[in-house]
Design a protein around this ligand. Structure first.
Ligand code: ADP
Ligand code: ZN
Length: 436
């Protein structure tokens, strides 16, 4: 049993205790939200709110309308701020991956609670005071840098605030300072393997890593398996979004059977993105989150656009907080080719199951006359790249066939040299749409 090893006893609290706490905090959140311009107006217009709607049970949550990214945008920058500006100690800002920038504000209480949550996550993964933690995420407006930084410090770790990029230096530091854990974007963890090879460093033999924390972008189980094999350490999935603080909203335990969503801090629903109705347990839908302790910018029923499902049953780790399946991506990552809906992760899943496939790929959408065309550029392993032409052609055909099975459209497959697809330090761009 891992009970004794939890960072916070709340991790194994009984469902009754968790529900009672959530109800308390939901009431508080509704009252707090009413102080923002957006929710004050909304509550007034629909006659819901702390006075007109006493939240009697958690089911009452469903009577509140969903909050969307568009709402955040419409009241940018301060419409959701629920405290006087002089109580804000920090701002983060989304990178606008999907073209919609949002500003998120924190009070000192928010920042402290967030650090506690992150400390809890890292402790769950096995980080202990004194361990060297190398944070390889961009510092600044992006939450991956400062978010994990303060959490790791709070835990008492020895934090190296590397930031993103500078691959050689990253590896040198891992060696010199005997880094125990890294926080890294999965696509960058893949790219860094090339640098390790270049430097003649075997991470299993020459480094002292115990685990990696990987998140901020979707990746498949196959990618995780590869990363674990190549690096020789567990990769724990870390999920979060700026609107809910950042990383630390949900995190994988050593059982690696889904990510635990911290229910003392967030209320989760999975809905049908079309109808807004709750999905049956275990069915995939859009994750909707309500913050329960956010002071500066509480959000009620926020549509994350992330696609996932609840995992049923108890986790062998003994933690009682609900589990979510690996996030496949956002509803808006989906693209349509000849009328078929496709998620990039479906393509990644097929590719990463093939040993001849290398470490990177790119999906290109363009037109061939009037018809949409889907091309998948696939890096192959160095050994395979040196192979004979007909072996390459056979592989090309096999990939195309396997993709056809998965996505129902037969793509063009281009096999390319290892390392030839441009790499990024931040979140990977998986799809280039040139259809105009
Ligand atoms: P931006 O919208 O600019 O990318 P964020 O940095 O807040 O802003 O990104 C949060 C989003 O990143 C999440 O909503 C989700 O789509 C994605 N994400 C974060 N962590 C993971 C993860 N572990 N797995 C899949 N997607 C993730
Ligand atoms: Zn668990």
């Amino acid at each position: 049993m891992l009970h004794a090893a939890t960072y916070d006893p709340i991790e194994t609290a009984s469902p009754d205790v968790l529900r009672a706490l959530q109800l308390d905090r939901l009431r508080w959140t509704v009252a707090q939200a009413a102080r923002s311009e957006h929710y004050a107006k909304l509550f007034a217009s629909i006659g819901l709110g702390p006075d007109s709607l006493p939240v009697r049970s958690l089911d009452d949550l469903r009577r509140f309308p969903l909050t969307t990214k568009q709402n955040l945008r419409d009241s940018y920058p301060f419409g959701f701020l629920a405290v006087p500006k002089d109580r804000v100690v920090r701002m983060h800002h989304s990178s606008g991956t999907t073209g919609m920038a949002t500003a998120v504000f924190h009070t000192i209480g928010d920042v402290n609670r967030w650090a506690d949550l992150v400390a809890r996550c890292l402790h769950m993964a096995g980080l202990r005071p004194g361990d060297v933690f190398q944070n390889m995420m961009t510092y600044g407006l992006f939450t991956g840098g400062l978010g994990l930084h303060y959490g790791a410090e709070k835990l008492g770790a020895f934090v190296i605030p590397m930031g993103a990029g500078n691959s050689h230096r990253q590896i040198e530091f891992m060696r010199i300072f005997r880094t125990a854990a890294i926080h890294i974007i999965p696509s960058y963890a893949m790219a860094l393997l090339d640098t390790l090879e270049e430097m003649g460093i075997d991470p299993k033999r020459d480094l002292n890593l115990r685990f990696a924390v990987a998140g901020a972008e979707p990746y498949t189980e196959g990618t995780r398996q590869r990363l674990q094999e190549m690096w020789g350490i567990p990769f724990y999935n870390c999920y979060g979004l700026s609107e809910m603080c950042g990383p630390g909203v949900a995190f994988e335990c050593p059982a690696q059977q889904g990510i635990h969503l911290w229910e003392d801090s967030y209320l989760a629903e999975v809905i049908d993105p079309e109808s807004g109705e709750p999905m049956e347990e275990g069915q995939e839908g859009e994750l909707v989150l309500t913050s329960l302790t956010r002071e500066a910018m509480p959000l009620i029923r926020y549509r994350t656009r992330d696609v996932t499902s609840f995992i049923t049953g108890r986790c062998p780790c003994g933690r009682t907080h609900c589990r979510l399946a690996r996030i496949h991506g956002r509803t808006d990552d989906m693209f349509i080719i000849r009328g078929v809906n496709i998620f990039p992760m479906q393509i990644e899943r097929v590719l990463m199951a093939m040993p001849e496939v290398g470490r990177n790929y790119l999906i290109v959408l363009d037109r061939d006359g009037y018809a949409d065309r889907l091309t998948v550029k696939v890096e192959v392993t160095p050994d395979f790249f040196r192979d004979e032409v007909h072996a390459l052609l056979r592989l090309q055909d096999r990939i195309s066939h396997a993709l056809r099975e998965e996505i129902l459209v037969r793509p063009r497959v281009e096999l390319v040299e290892p390392g030839s697809i441009p790499r990024r330090e931040g979140k990977a761009v998986r799809v280039v749409d040139e259809r105009g």
